[in-house]
Ligand binder design. Structure first.
Ligand SMILES: Nc1ncnc2c1ncn2[C@@H]1O[C@H](COP(=O)(O)OP(=O)(O)O)[C@@H](O)[C@H]1O
Ligand SMILES: [Mg+2]
Length: 222
């Protein structure tokens, strides 16, 4: 397999099924260029979360290949399933435990990551006191502190109100561009396509359409 190094994420003929009869992903091939913000669309049950879990290494493909050019950070739909420590600073630092950094290095990483998501003032804030949108930004800060290059976000705005929804998509686009990250974002909200560099449509286990997000938005709105 040769995959261009200009892609941060690539899959080739990726297949996965929970039962042998009905594959969820059926020779699914896609690629996301480095430094771009792409969205993944598809009806409920079309396999979007399964695809992201395969990319994150949480599931093992039955066949096919995955190539990731960089470290992956995963952001769940529900941040309450992701944030585990009592305060913001402790939560972001918790993700760094395995790296055996000094206290000073850890604090610097946490500070930089919180600054990246514009929440540097919330270091000591209890997690329970955050809004849903702030929680998602803390989950993203956790990935940035671990020096993730690739953000994989599974319906990160599904539980947010309309204002926090549009703030988050703007924020992630800014981060991708300013920090040279790559992001793959699953959504049902077609207005979010306005912020994407490109989009995929997943249907019956394959990418059936890809490319210009404005075109896909029109296609799915009609
Ligand atoms: N843990 C699981 N065990 C068995 N089947 C599952 C499991 N998770 C998802 N599925 C099935 O796999 C298919 C794809 O699910 P999913 O990837 O969650 O879709 P989407 O995220 O697009 O809504 C669905 O038919 C779903 O019922
Ligand atoms: Mg899903």
């Amino acid at each position: 397999m040769s995959i261009s190094t200009s892609n941060a994420i690539a899959t080739v003929d990726l297949s996965f099924g929970w039962k042998s009869t009905a594959p969820v992903l059926d020779k699914c091939t896609l690629s996301v260029p480095k430094g771009e913000f792409w969205m993944l669309l598809g009806t409920n049950g079309s396999g979007k979360s399964t695809l992201l879990k395969l990319l994150a290494g949480l599931l093992t493909p039955q066949s096919g290949q995955i190539q990731l050019n960089g470290k992956v950070g995963f952001v769940f739909q529900n941040p309450d399933h992701q944030l585990v420590m009592p305060t913001v600073g402790a939560d972001v630092a918790f993700g760094l435990v395995s790296e055996n950094l000094s206290h000073i290095e850890t604090q610097a990483r946490v500070f930089d990551a919180l600054s990246a998501v514009n929440l540097q003032g919330l270091h000591r804030r209890p997690i329970y006191a955050l809004s849903g949108g702030q929680k998602q930004r803390i989950a993203i800060a956790g990935a940035i502190a671990r020096q993730a290059d690739i953000l994989i976000l599974d319906e990160p705005t599904a539980l947010l109100d309309a204002d926090s929804q549009s703030d988050l998509v703007v924020e992630v686009r800014r981060l991708v561009k300013e920090q040279s990250l790559t992001a793959l974002w699953v959504t049902h909200r077609l207005n979010e396509l306005d912020y994407a560099d490109g989009a995929f449509l997943l249907k019956q286990g394959k990418v059936t359409d890809r490319g210009n997000p404005a075109r896909l938005k029109r296609l799915l709105t009609d």
